[in-house]
Write a protein that binds this ligand. Structure first.
Ligand SMILES: NC(=O)c1ccc[n+]([C@@H]2O[C@H](COP(=O)([O-])OP(=O)(O)OC[C@H]3O[C@@H](n4cnc5c(N)ncnc54)[C@H](O)[C@@H]3O)[C@@H](O)[C@H]2O)c1
Length: 268
């Protein structure tokens, strides 16, 4: 039975991934910053999937590398090994140009989205190297492919760096450990989650302009759709430096082509 650890899995994409892995029959370790939300997430997974797999939860703030080490230790002690580790926890930028961001806002985003991924990868890689196998997935986002948008400079900077970091760590894995540890990327596209509306840990509300909502209605999807696509592909993957991508150029083209017939409104 496989064991999957996911950071930021109390809600959104992380939670949907956890549910999908649970449905397939994996042990799942849930983690996020809020104990109460984690408890609810765990309860929601109780009757999902076969009875012999287990779900455990623990508070883990990804900006704290000791907390990530405790997360690894809990998973290892409970299940004996970790097959898949997903660095999913992330926060959005407040919708502002760089010169209006406070030092605190800059630190909060980079600490969570970039440092959290670096710390999580470091802890998981060290543990997987010792056990001799494993897969690490880092979640890409806007900016990973060098796209730019006003108000998203800092978020895009961190996701561009996450992409570079992940690919370079995959090279280190190949060069120094024979690629036994697979270091890979998950590229979910646009997901209709709380993430789109909040920044600064929920204290800042982001209002999406009409034009942005139109694009999201065409290209966006519920996180459960993307989790359903990604989880079996992650489990089946045997290649280092793999990228599991939902919103391919082909899908984007198809979505714009059929937009007139689809009439979706996620924001009604
Ligand atoms: N929503 C999108 O359109 C979209 C698109 C591409 C990529 N992503 C990325 O996907 C990932 C998940 O996004 P989502 O839309 O599900 O967001 P979300 O806001 O719904 O969920 C984020 C999760 O991360 C957790 N989290 C936040 N800060 C944390 C910290 N310091 N330590 C531990 N957990 C923390 C939250 O508690 C929550 O469980 C993020 O990395 C995000 O950048 C999102």
């Amino acid at each position: 039975m496989k064991t999957v650890v996911i950071t930021g899995s109390s809600r959104g994409f992380g939670f949907c991934l956890a549910r999908e892995f649970r449905r397939i029959g994996c042990n799942v370790v849930l983690s996020a910053v809020n104990e109460e939300n984690l408890r609810k997430a765990e309860a929601a997974l109780k009757n999902v999937g076969p009875g012999d797999a287990k779900v455990v939860r623990t508070v883990c703030d990804v900006t704290d590398s000791d907390a990530l080490q405790r997360l690894w230790d809990l998973a290892k002690e409970t299940f004996g090994a970790v097959d898949i580790w997903v660095n999913n926890a992330g926060v959005n930028s407040p919708d502002k140009p760089v010169w209006e961001l406070t030092e605190k806002e800059i630190g909060f985003l980079l600490d969570t989205d970039l440092k959290g991924t670096v710390y999580g990868s470091k802890v998981a890689f060290a543990g997987m190297k010792e056990q001799g196998f494993g897969q690490i997935y880092n979640v890409e986002g806007y900016g990973s492919n060098d796209a730019m948008m006003t108000g998203l400079t800092l978020y895009g900077t961190s996701k561009r760096a996450v992409t570079y970091f992940t690919r370079s760590l995959a090279k280190e894995s190949r060069d120094l450990t024979g690629g036994r540890i697979l270091v890979c990327r998950l590229t979910p596209g646009i997901m209709i989650t709380d993430f789109l509306h909040t920044a600064n840990g929920g204290s800042t509300r982001i209002e999406l302009p009409e034009k942005t909502r139109k694009v999201y209605n065409i290209l966006g999807d519920r996180p459960e759709t993307i989790a359903e696509y990604a989880a079996p592909r992650m489990l089946a993957n045997t290649k280092n430096d793999t990228r599991i991508i939902w919103l391919t150029n082909r899908r984007v083209f198809g979505r714009f082509l059929t937009a007139g017939f689809r009439k979706r409104d996620f924001f009604a």
